[in-house]
Write a protein that binds this ligand. Structure first.
Ligand code: MV4
Length: 478
């Protein structure tokens, strides 16, 4: 028996642009919001936009992970629900369970699915059982190194070793030759243990230069499951997505149809609820393989919203209230292309090292087909404790070529001073012939970075004068 419960007030258990994003959707639905913030985030935009805001003192990161305090606050402020956003507690099954136990609606999937997909071995097993193609490899944790080596030889090198509870590339090793296996197996296990508290690793056939294609799913509590298309997330640097695109400009239509079918059918069979994203690798022969599932709203959900017109945050809330999906698959239209650019406070001249500090001037682009999701402004001080993303630029147009041209224009307009950003990199990508022709896979940035000139484009005349003066002084010193 599914109970319907109206959500009138939501605690947003996150910060920055995603907290702002959730508050915006709540406002449109007439839902009150409670924000939380750490001591260093007192000037955050989301703090001002929420109906109520409460500081959680102490460690700036633990503030967003302290789920007893967060749930207590939600109860004290008479919230009906909590939205976790992405990162922090968004894929913590214990948190989701604790919310439910304390009578709060967790706006997200069921805890059992958060737990299942948090274990990459169990999730591969479960997805294989419901007919989803997975890569050849082990689907049990493996600790005996001789057995692991035997399996690797059976699969055939190159293989990849992955952490069962990993993410972001940690605990991952590509093994090209048998003689390297033992050392890499051990280092993957040690790293997995160090970063995730569990050293379980598994082995898969390594797919060379795959494309990274993910499928957005929405599922209600009545077995209605739809997809909202795919996103091409191949342009990554060290497992950090930089540019995401919907739809993929070069995905074979038959592969697309099969990905959609497999994604929807598997989620129906598993009884999944809420938003979710299935990640696949597509190899050079157009074979695709499930690798992992994200049981949360994703950073790049904006491009899917832009080409479908669906507000994914609002759909998550309605599903959590026990509402049926208000549309069928055939009601979903895909129009045009969208590209999301992650604007990061990182220094491209220093190997993209995070560059927190004060933004002394900030101008974000606008005009037709431009969306900005950000929580920064002139004189905002970017704290060093959180990830380096300061804004997301989403650009839309009807054709791929128009979208790339619009992206060029918008990136030229975008101006951030006071801290280095990756804007110079993004501006080079949208001028790159391979990118413009949709010729990219996960190796794209590794190949292109050495060819890009990454001095900041908008060096101010003052900066230039300093450089010239230094050069003249140096000249006269020799
Ligand atoms: C792979 C792979 C090739 N073969 N698995 C998994 C987590 C995600 N962040 C990247 N993952 C990959 N899994 C198999 N069997 C390639 C990737 C991958 C990747 C791997 C190493 C370095 C950079 C990468 C960028 C995108 C995808």
């Amino acid at each position: 028996m599914i109970t319907k419960q109206k959500i009138r007030k939501v605690l947003v258990a996150n910060r920055g642009e995603v907290a702002t994003r959730i508050i915006r959707s709540c406002k449109e639905l007439g839902i009150k919001t409670v924000a939380i913030y750490s001591e260093v985030d007192a000037n955050g935009i989301w703090v001002k936009k929420a109906d109520e805001a409460y500081m959680i003192p102490g460690d700036p990161i633990k503030a967003y992970l302290n789920f007893y305090k967060i749930v207590d606050l939600a109860k004290q402020t008479r919230c009906d629900a909590i939205h976790p956003g992405y990162g922090f507690l968004s894929e913590n099954a214990d948190f989701a369970e604790y919310c439910e136990r304390k009578g709060l609606i967790f706006i997200g999937p069921k805890p059992e699915h958060i737990r299942l997909f948090g274990d990459k071995i169990a999730s591969k097993r479960a997805m294989r059982e419901v007919g989803v193609p997975v890569l050849p490899g082990t689907i049990e944790p493996i600790t005996d190194i001789e057995e692991a080596k035997r399996i690797a030889k059976e699969i055939g090198f190159p293989v990849i070793i992955k952490a069962a509870f990993g993410g972001g590339g940690r605990g991952m090793r590509i093994v090209e030759r048998e003689e390297d296996f033992e050392e890499l197996f051990k280092s993957a296990t040690v790293e997995a243990e160090k970063f995730f508290g569990k050293g379980d690793v598994f082995i898969e056939k390594y797919v060379k230069n795959p494309r990274h294609i993910e499928i957005q799913i929405l599922a209600d509590k009545y077995g209605n499951v739809i997809h909202l298309g795919e996103r091409d997330c191949s342009i990554q640097r060290r497992h950090q997505k930089i540019i995401e695109i919907a739809p993929s400009p070069r995905l074979n239509p038959e592969v697309r149809r099969e990905l959609f079918r497999v994604a929807v059918k598997s989620m129906f069979k598993l009884g999944y609820e809420s938003a979710g994203t299935l990640e696949f690798l597509v190899d050079e022969d157009d074979n695709f393989y499930f690798i992992e599932m994200n049981t949360r709203l994703q950073v790049e959900h904006t491009i899917t919203e832009t080409i479908t017109g669906v507000d994914i945050v609002q759909r998550m809330i309605r599903i959590a209230e026990g509402e049926k999906l208000s549309f069928l698959q055939e009601d979903i239209n895909f129009r045009g292309y969208a590209i999301e650019f992650r604007i990061n406070a990182e220094d491209p001249t220093k190997n993209f090292a995070p560059s927190p500090g004060k933004i002394t001037s900030y101008y974000s682009p606008g005009g037709p087909g431009v969306r900005i999701d950000a929580a920064v402004y002139k004189d905002y001080i970017i704290p060093p404790y959180y990830d380096s993303m300061i804004a997301k630029l989403t650009v839309w147009a009807l054709t791929w070529e128009q979208t790339v041209n619009r992206a060029r224009r918008a990136l030229e307009e975008f101006q951030v001073r006071g801290v280095p950003t990756n804007l110079p990199l993004l501006r080079q990508v949208v001028r790159d012939k391979d990118f413009m022709e949709g010729r990219f896979d996960t190796s794209y940035l590794d190949k292109k970075l050495p060819t890009f000139k990454l001095k900041p484009k908008d060096e101010s005349p003052e900066d230039l004068a300093v450089v010239i003066a230094a050069a003249i002084a140096a000249y006269h010193r020799v």
